[in-house]
Design a protein around this ligand. Structure first.
Ligand code: FAD
Length: 715
């Protein structure tokens, strides 16, 4: 079968991250062509600041080298621009006249630096800071000239200025607002930042408007609107970005500030998508990597024909990459809209922390001098957490520093927002994959590989995991029961890793207080043994009474108003679910209910698993219960077909079997893990298939045992 043709315009961070996801989800589905107008493979643009500051080399910031494209059979055109999209006939043409047909097109053209209309701005010696060539130009100038000026006191301007200082240039920064990074900081934090950077050697010109660049052909300096001026041989303009949308615009695709996309990154033209800085979603065009990677994930699923949560927008955050200065900012810090929840200034340590709130919810934060808490504050802002969750007023630093913050951080909290890596993934890289250093964990998980702002926290988690090993995962968790101090997590891990031959061996190995145990721990050991070693467990662990077996009951609720087909389908789904999972044991009894109608789903939604017919397919809810206080299940996802509905339900149940603690009801497990995390796992196509396979394998083992049991009895 011939592959569908996928063409990507732009070889930058967002486009290639999306391609990477696509090749993981559906490696054989597309013939992929990427056209990028830079002469390099995909590199980490974020790290240009580090290259300029001398902390990284150009070679080391390549994310996907030439071999990466080859290995995936991707046709890559570098140094080539797409000049026209022919959306009716579905092909693109390039500057050198190449025609490339597509079935699907992704526009990922990013942004360019905004060059304001200042007289003389096109003279030689005036550059922006966007790509490798800009870095090289600055390095070249630094060898010949001494004086540099940066117009723009935002994040990138300051990073460029720090780089120029490192290159040995005298550096002035001109900013038109009264304080630095005025979009991300308040005046207090900005003043602390200015002082610190002045001590490093930067000079600032605040509230200054540039009128013109002086010099004949080559830049010689800057003249301000108030008549004053300064000398500079190199002028770096860093006053914002403009999405690259001309190509889309002239090809008839709807644009506003950027290319307008919906929640699935679709543009106004069929089969044409946009992702990254060139895309505008719900009125916002993002200029930071974390949101673009989130968009890329959604788009990859959609293009591969997978179910996907819609992209709902992101919470941007900023971390300054200037060595010796720690600055972090997230969310809404504008005092007109938000109230101050916490404001702490420590003049001795030179730290500042401010957290803002709107309607009792954490909405923004600024950290200066100590950004250890940045990761946890980002999590709170993302969740819109209640301000009662703030650990005021003892900051991480006050209460024992980063180590304590690392130890106290919830497992599911995102540590590296650029690459969506949580604490648990870092812990697993150390405990399960044997990584020993922060660099090894970075290579293995990608945590801290982009902006690097989370590196201190990643390092602290690595140290914590190395010190505490598996116990770290279980240290704070309560014991299984009074017979032991061992938690469920540790018991599970130990059973998974060892081939114990009976329950007593488990108890001896883990220091049980008494070998006889109690019904709770006995059943838990049997459950985990069946989960990890199903065949051995039945022979070695069972004592005749099937302590761990918590049944699945499936009810189909007829809807008199529904069509015969819908009724038939809901019965079929019920039968399939029963046949796939009916013989499996669960941490706690599971009640599932199915109805073909949405008109009166209340009864169905208060079950552990509730499946209801809906216009778009079957909606799967999980985590409801009818005990007081009654709890409605949360939407896990929508399945278009009956088969998909069964797959989704079976994978959800298998995930529950594998990740819940024995005795933990499904609703409690969902509250503990978080529905968003669970959805993410279930909508990873390969992972879903693996879960279904494992459920099937367990069911087969169980059925074989039952048959064996029956034949022994009848003999
Ligand atoms: C110095 C610097 C530091 C940064 N630091 C951070 C940071 O700390 N944290 C953070 O989150 N973000 C940071 N960013 C921003 C981040 O790098 C961008 O958000 C990200 O690179 C955007 O990815 P993109 O793929 O949308 O665009 P890009 O990476 O710009 O990729 C788009 C590519 O498409 C190419 N292209 C455009 N038009 C065409 C065409 N017609 N045909 C072919 N190719 C075309 C472009 O040349 C470019 O190579 C930084 C940016 C810079 C410049």
């Amino acid at each position: 079968m011939s592959k569908e043709k996928l063409v990507v315009i732009g070889n930058g961070m967002a486009g290639i991250k999306c391609v990477d996801e696509i090749t993981k989800l559906a490696p054989e589905k597309f013939q992929i062509t990427v056209i990028g107008n830079e002469p390099h493979p995909n590199y980490n643009r974020i790290l240009l600041s580090k290259v300029l500051q001398g902390d990284s080399s150009i070679e080391s910031i390549v994310i996907n080298d030439w071999a990466w494209y080859d290995e995936r059979g991707i046709h890559l055109f570098t140094g080539e621009s797409v000049t026209q999209i022919h959306s009716e006939a579905q092909y693109v043409t390039t500057l050198s006249g190449i025609r490339i047909d597509y079935d699907y097109l992704i526009i990922a053209t990013g942004s360019s630096a905004f060059i304001p209309p200042i007289a003389g701005v096109h003279k030689s010696g005036v550059i922006s800071f966007r790509n490798i060539e800009d870095c090289q130009t600055m390095m070249k100038y630094a060898k010949k000239y001494k004086k540099a000026a940066v117009i723009g006191g935002g994040l990138l301007g300051l990073e460029a200025a720090r780089g120029l200082l490192n290159l040995g240039m005298e550096t002035d920064v001109i900013h038109n607002a009264p304080y630095l990074m005025n979009r991300q900081l308040d005046r207090k934090a900005a003043e602390m930042l200015r002082k610190e950077l002045e001590e490093q050697g930067m000079r600032f010109w605040l509230s200054k408007e540039t009128e013109s660049i002086t010099g004949l052909n080559r830049a010689k300096g800057i003249r301000f609107t108030n008549g004053s001026s300064l000398e500079a041989d190199l002028i770096v303009i860093s006053v914002g970005i403009r999405p690259n949308i001309e190509l889309a615009k002239k090809s008839g695709i709807e644009t506003n500030r950027a290319i307008v996309v919906d929640d699935y990154m679709r543009t106004s033209i069929p089969n044409v998508y946009a992702v990254g800085e060139c895309a505008e979603h719900r009125g916002v065009a993002y200029g930071l990597v974390a949101p673009l990677y989130e968009q890329g994930k959604v788009l990859a699923s959609i293009i591969c024909g997978e179910e996907s949560e819609p992209y709902k927008g992101s919470v941007p955050y900023a971390q300054l990459k200037v060595s010796g200065v720690e600055v972090f900012s997230v969310g809404n810090i504008n005092k007109e809209e938000a109230d101050t929840a916490i404001q702490l200034y420590d003049g001795i340590r030179g730290t500042y922390k401010k957290v803002t709130m709107i309607d009792g919810k954490v909405r923004g934060a600024i950290l200066f001098g100590d950004t250890a808490e940045g990761t946890s504050l980002l999590g709170l802002v993302k969740r819109g957490a209640s301000i009662s969750e703030l650990t005021a007023p003892s900051s991480a630093a006050d209460s024992g520093g980063l180590d304590e913050a690392a130890a106290n951080m919830p497992d599911r909290e995102t540590v590296c927002a650029c690459n969506a890596v949580n604490k648990s993934a870092i812990m697993c890289a150390v405990i399960e994959d044997g990584m020993q250093t922060t660099d090894q964990v970075r290579d293995c998980t990608k945590a801290s590989s982009s902006c690097g702002g989370c590196r201190p926290m990643v390092a602290a988690i690595v140290q914590y995991a190395l010190r505490h090993g598996k116990e770290a995962l279980a240290a704070t968790a309560p014991p299984v029961c009074g017979c032991t101090d061992v938690s469920h997590e540790l018991l599970k891990a130990s059973i998974a890793d060892h081939s114990y031959s009976n329950k007593n061996e488990v108890k001896v190995a883990l220091g049980w207080k008494s070998l006889s145990g109690c019904p709770t721990c006995t059943a838990a050991i049997q459950y985990y043994s069946e989960l990890y070693h199903p065949e051995a467990a039945k022979q070695n662990f069972s004592n005749g009474t099937d302590e761990s077996c918590s049944d699945l009951s499936v009810g189909v609720y007829p809807d008199k108003g529904a069509g015969i087909d819908a009724e038939f389908d809901s019965r079929l789904i019920g039968q399939e679910l029963q046949s796939s999972c009916g013989s499996l044991s669960f941490p706690s009894p599971v009640r599932a209910a199915i109805t073909s109608s949405l008109r009166n789903p209340a009864g169905v939604l208060v079950h552990d698993i509730g499946i209801t017919g809906a216009p778009a397919g079957w909606e799967l809810y999980a985590g409801g219960h009818s005990e007081l206080p009654v709890k409605q299940g949360q939407l896990v996802g929508i399945a278009e077909t009956d088969k998909d509905a069964v797959m989704l339900s079976v994978s959800c149940l298998q995930l529950y079997r594998e990740r819940a603690e024995y005795g933990e009801p499904l609703w409690k497990w969902i509250e503990r893990e978080g529905i968003v995390e669970i959805r993410e796992m279930l909508f990873d196509g390969n992972y879903q298939l693996d879960l279904v396979d494992r459920a099937e394998a367990s069911a087969i083992t169980k059925k074989n045992e039952e048959r064996l049991g029956e034949s022994i009895c009848s003999n």
